[in-house]
Design a protein around this ligand. Structure first.
Ligand code: ADP
Ligand code: MG
Length: 877
């Protein structure tokens, strides 16, 4: 009887596995209390090798051959006993863990023999199911039947895999299988028969045995496993045929590795829900290994000597099996030495006997009394095996590998995600930055544009309103003046004056009438005396004398007139005039300088010069000048034309003045109201006025008053142009400034702008520019203080108005005038209020002449008043 067994301590312990309580118990592993440590766990529990005996039914041969004999065994399954007959009257009784009769179904065999082992494997133990027995007793039938035709015939291998597959989850767990054959101490891969010398590798630390050279199939489903079994079986048959041996002489090993993650609800376990990134506890993994061994036939080799093996060969064939028997004997007897290393089979099954594996052994026996000895030997083997005590150890460990893999994947995923986010973030930042940049630029541009527009608009509005105000102001002024005049009774004064003149006229008329009356009475008295005295001859003589003288003088006048006429015609022809109508125009150019040049340009025209010189020499300047006072208007006109022509010659100017020509010309302005004479005379005066000495003479002889008077009276633009030209010349004389102004010259000049003829305006502008220039010179020399007289006389509005005149000549003079005025700080305020500042700014920016532009800029920057105003208006020069 072999119940229970010796406790074997000192089992192989894996260094990384925690030792736990170990005790001898037949309790199944699931009932074992265990604790789990940080590094993993292992449970140890004593587990005897469990042995079942299975009896094969009589086969056909036995039914015939042993028909008259009883079976050699008698089974008492309910008592788990087997009686082995010694003879007809005696038998030995053996007790086994299970006694399976010839009627035991494959299913029952599986459940009794293999199922507990399979369950242990799923829980992380190593497990071994082994069949031992004489050839033909049903080892292969028990283990390896595929049950293709009859599913109830499925053997332990097929059922075990079905059970395993049913208890794992394909997502987390894995099954891998190797199928091998051990023959003559060579391990051959049944999945790759060419690989027929696989070596056994033992882990020095853990003592684990592995076959790294063997093919490993991952099993996903039953079909693939069936396929594997078929392939292995086919290879096994082929290999045995080739070696000329029988499968009964070789050992077949099926190795199934199960990796199963632990799904438990206790606080230490990791369930699927807890497998978050935050939970860094590694999942628990249980690794179980199931070995199913279909051993070679246990009959002694000499019995099957028909195979013709040599003795050595036979020894080698049985080496593994006998080594297994020795080991089991040693273990059963608690021998200190177990010859595990004697064979490959014992090395491979090191863990299955006396190791940490849960082991089930099924011994198969036949009923035939002819094989009693072999049956007995088999039973004894089983009996010894039942004494072998194993220390079951659960192989449970933290799956750091899978945790690391999982974490690595998570890290990779997070890194990729992070990178993606980073990229998105960077892109977004870049987009926002560009957008912002664009918007800022746009806003700046818009702002600048708006500012510029606003500035221009303001300037325009400002100028516009200034102009309007000025216009209003002028109108008001005029209205005011008219009102004042009316109020002051100016009209009355005029009436009084007229009355006075009328009175004078009446007096004169009366005097003349008195004179006529007087003369008449004298004549009457004289006639009476003549008649009475008879002195009519004397009177007659006097009258004749008088008449002769008169004729002579008339003759002389006629000659002179014809000469004059001829000269005039010649002069006009020489100038290219078709007739004499414009011959008196002494200012063909835009100014007096132009006139002079014009006259000079004709120096080559000897004919005319000769004529004038001729006339001048023939008649004498004195005589020509005297003709200016001729009562005959034609004479006067011709005479003044000649004088004007002479005056155009610089060389003649002094002579003309010396001979009293200036006085006569001025007299013409004063006396005659004939437009032509006045025009020509004014032209001549203008020419003479180019000379500085003459300018003073003109002044001394009251020329300014006369020119001013003409300026006021005349309507003809050409006359006004001459007068303006003359005054403009005078304006350029520093010495005459005060008198020119006090005698109304400036006012007269400004007054002429009523005539809108550009020639007149350009002369006025020139005069203003000259005057301003003299003023600014005097101011800078310190000889002059106070505001510009031009401003005093109200010239500023016109200046400002014409500063941007379309006529370039006017514009140029006015621009210069503005620059000169601006140079004296005292004018600045008026200029600002009069709107001249804008014009100066414009000149400093737009003037086509660089020198004027620079002058304007200089002027603006040097004046503090302008500067502060410009600052106030935020205008940059
Ligand atoms: P072994 O593998 O031990 O040499 P086998 O399994 O090949 O023996 O069985 C030998 C023969 O016996 C086979 O024909 C098999 O079908 C048959 N056999 C074995 N065991 C049984 C059983 N329990 N019931 C019916 N037939 C069996
Ligand atoms: Mg067999």
């Amino acid at each position: 009887m072999a119940t229970g067994g010796g406790n074997r301590n000192g089992t192989h312990k894996l260094p990384n596995l925690r030792n736990s309580t170990s005790f001898k118990s037949k309790l199944p592993p699931q009932n074992v209390r265990r604790s789990v440590g940080a590094a993993g766990s292992t449970d140890s529990v004593s587990g005897r090798v469990r042995v079942a005996v299975r009896l094969r039914p009589r086969n056909t041969e036995e039914l015939v051959a042993d028909a008259d004999f009883a079976d050699c065994v008698d089974l008492q399954p309910e008592l788990k006993r087997l009686k082995l007959r010694k003879n007809n009257w005696d038998s030995d009784t053996f007790e086994f863990d299970e006694v399976l009769t010839e009627f035991a179904s494959q299913k029952r065999v599986y459940e009794v023999v293999a199922k507990p082992v399979v369950e242990s494997v799923l829980e992380g133990y190593n497990g071994t199911v082994m069949a031992y027995g004489q050839t033909g007793t049903g080892k292969t039938y028990t283990l390896g039947r595929l049950g293709d035709e009859d599913t109830s015939a499925r053997g332990i291998m097929v059922r075990a895999m079905e059970d395993i597959l049913a208890n794992i989850s394909p997502e987390t767990d894995s099954i891998s299988v190797s199928f091998l054959q051990l023959y003559m101490e060579y391990i051959q891969d049944l999945l790759n028969p060419a690989n027929d010398n696989i070596s056994i590798v033992e882990d020095q630390k853990t003592g684990d045995v592995s076959l790294p050279g063997a093919t490993v199939w991952e099993i996903r489903d039953q079909q693939s496993f069936m396929q594997l079994l078929r392939l292995g079986e086919a290879h096994r048959i082929a290999a045995n045929t080739k070696l000329n041996t029988e499968s009964s002489r070789s050992h077949a090993l099926l190795m199934v590795h199960v990796k199963k993650s632990v799904v438990e609800k206790d606080e230490f376990s990791l369930d699927a829900q807890n497998r978050s990134i935050g939970n860094l506890s590694p999942p628990m993994l249980r690794k179980g290994k199931l070995i199913v061994v279909d051993l070679a036939g246990s009959e002694r080799i000499h019995k099957s000597g028909s195979e013709g093996h040599m003795l050595e060969e036979a020894k080698s064939i049985n080496l593994s099996l006998s080594a297994l028997g020795k080991c089991i004997n040693a273990l059963a007897e608690n021998s200190p030495h177990v010859p595990v290393r004697d064979s490959k089979l014992t090395r491979l099954l090191k863990d299955s006997f006396g190791g940490t594996s849960r082991t089930s052994l099924v011994i198969t026996i036949g009923p035939s009394p002819r094989h009693r000895a072999e049956t007995s030997s088999t039973i004894m083997f089983g009996q010894r095996a039942m004494k072998v005590e194993n220390m079951l150890k659960i192989k449970e460990e933290f799956d750091y590998k899978s945790l690391a893999k999982r974490l690595e994947m998570e890290i990779d995923k997070l890194m990729a995600e992070n990178e993606r986010h980073q990229k998105v973030y960077e892109n977004e930042i870049e987009r926002i930055r560009l957008e912002a940049q664009k918007r800022v630029a746009e806003a700046e541009r818009n702002y600048v544009e708006a500012l510029e527009e606003e500035k221009t608009k303001c300037q325009m509005d400002y100028m516009e309103s200034i102009k309007k105000l000025e216009e209003k102001w002028t109108i008001n002024q005029q209205k005011h003046a008219i009102n004042a005049e009316i109020n002051n009774g100016a009209g009355n004064e005029e009436v009084v004056e007229l009355k006075r003149l009328l009175q004078d006229e009446v007096c004169l008329r009366k005097a003349a009438e008195d004179e006529i009356h007087n003369l008449k009475s004298q004549l009457f008295r004289f006639s009476k005396m003549e008649l009475a005295g008879g002195n009519s001859d004397g009177l007659q003589q006097v009258l004749e004398e008088e008449s002769y003288q008169k004729k002579k003088l008339e003759e002389e006048v006629r000659v002179l007139r014809s000469q004059l006429a001829q000269i005039s015609v010649e002069a006009n022809q020489a100038r290219g005039y078709p007739d004499g109508s414009n011959s008196g125009n002494p200012l063909p150019g835009q100014d007096s300088l132009g006139l002079l040049n014009h006259m000079r340009s004709r120096d080559g025209n000897n004919g005319e010069r000769a004529s004038i010189t001729n006339l001048h020499e023939q008649v004498g300047l004195q005589k020509i000048l005297s003709l200016l006072e001729s009562e005959d208007a034609n004479v006067r006109i011709h005479a003044v034309k000649v004088v004007a022509n002479l005056a155009a010659e610089e060389g003649n100017q002094e002579k003309i003045v010396e001979a009293g020509g200036l006085t006569s010309l001025l007299m013409l302005l004063r006396t005659y109201e004939d437009e032509t004479i006045r025009r020509i005379a004014a032209g001549a005066i203008a020419n003479l006025a180019m000379n500085e000495a003459n300018q003073e003479l003109i002044m001394a002889q009251g020329g300014i008053c006369l020119l001013a008077m003409t300026a006021t009276d005349a309507e003809d633009p050409q006359t006004l142009r001459m007068v303006a030209g003359a005054i403009a010349n005078l304006c350029g004389n520093d010495k005459l400034q005060m008198r020119l102004r006090s005698e109304g010259g400036v006012k007269a000049l400004l007054g002429m702008v009523r005539c809108r003829h550009p020639d007149v305006l350009s002369q006025v502008a020139r005069g203003i520019a000259n005057f301003a220039k003299c003023e600014s010179r005097a101011s800078s020399q310190g000889s002059r203080h106070g505001r510009s007289l031009l401003i005093d006389d109200g010239a500023l509005p016109w200046i400002v108005q014409n500063a941007n005149s379309e006529a370039s000549l006017i514009r140029r003079h006015v621009e210069l005038a503005l620059c000169h005025l601006a140079q004296h700080e005292i004018n600045a305020k008026d200029m600002i209020s009069g709107g001249a500042l804008w014009e100066l700014v414009r000149i400093s920016r737009d003037c086509s002449r660089e020198d004027i532009r620079a002058l304007a800029r200089r002027t603006l920057t040097s004046s503090s008043t302008f500067q502060s105003e410009l600052r106030r208006l935020r205008i940059e020069v």
